[in-house]
Write a protein that binds this ligand. Sequence first.
Ligand SMILES: [Zn+2]
Length: 185
Amino acid sequence: MQISFHKIQRCSECGEQGQFVKNITVKHIVKKDISKDLNDEDFHLCRNPSCIVGYYNTDTNVIVNKDDFKRPIWIKEGSDPVIACYCGNIKEDDVIKAVIETDLTELQPIMIYLHGSIGDKCQVTNPTGHCCTAFFKETIAKGLTIKETLKEYGDLKIDSKEVPKEVYDKLKELEKAKEAKLKTI
Ligand SMILES: [Zn+2]
């Protein structure tokens, strides 16, 4: 097993410990006119919701402000829209709406329902370079809580939508592909 260590780097603005992010991700995530001036250094993402810093590297003293990102960082205060999945460009509101209006409660079917496929471009679309799973699941949970509350008070009508058959077909396809892949290993 290969273990790599990254030097601890605290955000130069707020002092919080950020999350290590590879250069390839940073170059895809920030606006073009910022990206062209970056060298090949790696960065840290400042995850403090109220801090204006997006990426920072305290060795090279390079900072990319959150406003210099192509799309808002979901974790920052006032992020508009709040994006739940960067690969599929799925907004938090879309996920909540899907949970309320259908019977879907799992990540994969909801992604297919909203986007037609499962995102796999996390390294170059998500500000962390990793999959959105954790936040997406949190958003589903939030949607379910809202749905329960709406049901409880019963004064808001929920239009129950049927999930298109294609969503289930696509899921079956994915399951089959996964099984086939496991067999070849
Ligand atoms: Zn910060």
